[in-house]
Design a protein around this ligand. Structure first.
Ligand code: KIV
Length: 267
């Protein structure tokens, strides 16, 4: 029987030059399908707030929501490494709060690692959580929880000065003990430079092909998100019309009396 993937397996993949596959996942049924396909890592992202709960951005997402979705994914008993996102305000206030909330995602959610946004400004937080033996994945570049500072979801690091700052962020996240780092919405040349410089894996989203792995939001690749489709998304299937066809057929059959039949009924 295949054993569960650990952070060490993910780090070895960089050394072996094997690309790391990551998708977001928020529920039991999807986790079972995704794990059956052999995905390396599942991220219970705070994007759940946008794609599942219909919020405008990730800021309203709570610890309770993250624990609920992490538990649902973990109930699928996945082989993939499951990383749970720390939501806004769960780690920015002070180190004690950050440690408690990281611990809750592991203890109550069942995840094997947590992710948090930030570079140089997050060093002491990453160090504090890693010191509790909880693996941390960093997240730099376009960090959605910094939406208001960035003035929208904009590509980061295009100017030389910004690029140097992002390089410093990446080094700081690695130095603080993170096992991997997400690079979001940055020029591909900068992502390549960071990937070559770091010893920990880089997981790109809108950061070009040189990253050690890639992550996308599951609703985006399945065509289930209508709100906002950034350039970096690749939609592999459009499930909307397929779902609508099934739902329309059900409505028509119930209205017309064709469903349920005797075969769907008890005596
Ligand atoms: O919440 C999320 O889905 C994420 C990924 C897009 C990296 O943080």
């Amino acid at each position: 029987m295949k054993r569960n993937k650990t952070v060490l397996d993910i780090q070895k993949m960089k050394a072996d030059r094997e690309k790391i596959t990551v998708l977001t996942c928020y529920d039991y049924a999807t986790a079972r399908i995704m794990d059956g396909c052999g995905i390396d890592m599942m991220l219970v992202g705070d994007s759940v707030g946008v794609v599942c709960a219909g919020y405008d951005n990730t800021l309203p997402v709570t610890m309770e929501e993250m624990i609920y979705h992490t538990r649902a994914v973990m109930r699928s008993e996945p082989k993939a490494l499951v990383v749970s996102d720390m939501p806004f305000l769960s780690y920015q206030i002070d180190l004690a709060t950050a440690r408690l909330n990281a611990g809750r995602l592991i203890k109550e959610g069942g995840a094997a690692a947590v992710k948090l946004e930030g570079g140089l400004n997050a060093v002491s937080t990453i160090e504090a959580i890693v010191a509790m033996d909880i693996p941390v994945m960093g997240h730099i570049g376009l960090t959605p929880q910094s939406l208001h500072r960035m003035g929208g979801y904009r590509v980061q690091g295009r100017k030389e000065e910004q690029a140097e700052k992002l390089l410093a962020d990446a080094r700081a996240v690695e130095g603080a003990g993170a096992f991997a780092v997400v690079l979001e919405g940055i020029p591909m040349q900068l992502a390549e430079r960071i990937t070559h410089e770091l010893t920990i894996p880089t997981i790109g989203i809108g950061a070009g092909p040189s990253c050690d792995g890639q992550v996308l939001v599951i609703h985006d690749i399945l065509g289930l998100c209508e709100k906002y489709s950034p350039k970096f998304v690749k939609q592999y299937v459009d499930l909307k019309p397929i779902m609508a066809e099934a739902i329309n057929a059900y409505i028509a059959e119930v209205k017309g009396g064709a469903f349920p039949t005797e075969g769907h009924s008890f005596r």
